[in-house]
Design a protein around this ligand. Structure first.
Ligand SMILES: Nc1ncnc2c1ncn2[C@@H]1O[C@H](COP(=O)(O)OP(=O)(O)OP(=O)(O)O)[C@@H](O)[C@H]1O
Length: 301
């Protein structure tokens, strides 16, 4: 993985700036009802505006509690929308009924962070992958064929069909979760920290798989991560969240190497650089950023 190339596997990121088309989130507000120690409703998202085009990845970064997961859940219909709209393929889905959500689930899928808890441990991989196909009414023979295709697509052996999740490593389990999300050929996948639980070399391979799948299928991703390097690698554009608001968004390379907002600058300076391959690039980024801050300070003085 090279830190300097944002989503090198798909369309050049800087050619994309609008992201209009598939998903548009307009002035979205999410308030959780008050409960327990929080007796008043809690506003987790305030006037969020993002959009994602077909075949595009929008990376969503921000510290813990900034509202990234809530935004992903709102898109999936799992968080209470109290204001604004979520438009998917031109249709307002912010208050979709359960029946409408079932239909939408063909096009809108999710991959969660933890490959150890997101798969039913009692089911064989073949059954895990066939489940969404059965729910959508695919005949068993057709479902079996699709399961074999999916295993091949995510780089798992055909005999994985009869094995249980516990027989696989974290990276392999995440491949199963990706295959399950792909089963119905969705248009958008919400990826909620899908590589955070994996070691670095496995992270790189799984990120490459996401890129390859996007190239092959044209799927779009809302890619949530707290890791700026991961987001830079996978995304065309990046949105930065802070206390339930988007404070900055733009082309991935610009936002992750030359951010404008002080919060993004702090994120960049604070994020660790565990991968030796990325250290040189990050040192250069930090140096440039610190220089720019020094220049700003001396101009202000
Ligand atoms: N079901 C809920 N009920 C009430 N408050 C919630 C609920 N889910 C999340 N929150 C609150 O909303 C805020 C945003 O949480 P969210 O999980 O979206 O942040 P995040 O950026 O994804 O954090 P992390 O990276 O730790 O997952 C937090 O203050 C959290 O406590």
């Amino acid at each position: 993985m090279t830190a300097s190339t944002a989503n090198a596997g798909a369309t050049a990121p800087d050619e994309r700036t609008s992201g209009a088309g598939l998903l548009a989130v307009e002035d979205l507000v999410v308030e959780y009802p008050g409960k327990g120690w929080r007796s008043r409703p809690f506003r987790a998202l305030t006037e969020i505006n993002i959009s994602i085009g077909q075949g595009e990845t929008l990376g969503l970064v921000g510290e813990s509690g900034s509202g990234k997961t809530t935004l992903g859940r709102a898109v999936l219909g799992l968080a209470p929308v109290t204001g604004g709209r979520i438009i998917f393929e031109g249709k307002d889905i912010s208050h979709a009924t359960r029946k409408e959500r079932r239909v939408l689930s063909r096009d809108l899928q999710v991959v969660f962070q933890d490959p150890y808890t997101s798969l039913n441990p009692a089911l064989e991989i073949g059954d895990i992958l066939a489940e969404p196909l059965g729910v959508q009414g695919k005949a068993p023979a057709e479902a079996r064929k699709r399961v074999r295709e999916l295993l091949n697509q995510v780089g798992l052996p055909a005999d994985a069909i009869h094995r249980l999740p516990r027989e696989f490593s974290g990276g392999q389990r995440q491949r199963v979760a990706i295959a399950r999300a792909l089963a119905l050929s969705p248009k958008l996948i919400v990826c909620d920290e899908p590589v955070s639980a994996l070691d670095l070399s496995t992270q790189a391979r799984v990120l490459d798989l996401f890129l390859q799948i996007q190239k092959d299928t044209g799927v779009s991703y809302l890619f949530i991560s707290h890791d700026l390097d991961v987001v830079r690698h996978i995304s065309h554009r990046v949105a930065v969240m802070y206390h339930g608001e988007i404070v900055e968004q733009g082309p991935a390379h610009t936002v992750t190497t030359n951010p404008e907002h002080p919060y993004t600058q702090r994120l960049l300076l604070a994020s660790p650089v565990p991968d030796p391959d990325r250290q040189e690039q990050r040192r250069a980024d930090r140096h440039r950023l610190l220089e720019a801050q020094r220049r700003q300070a001396s101009t202000a003085a």
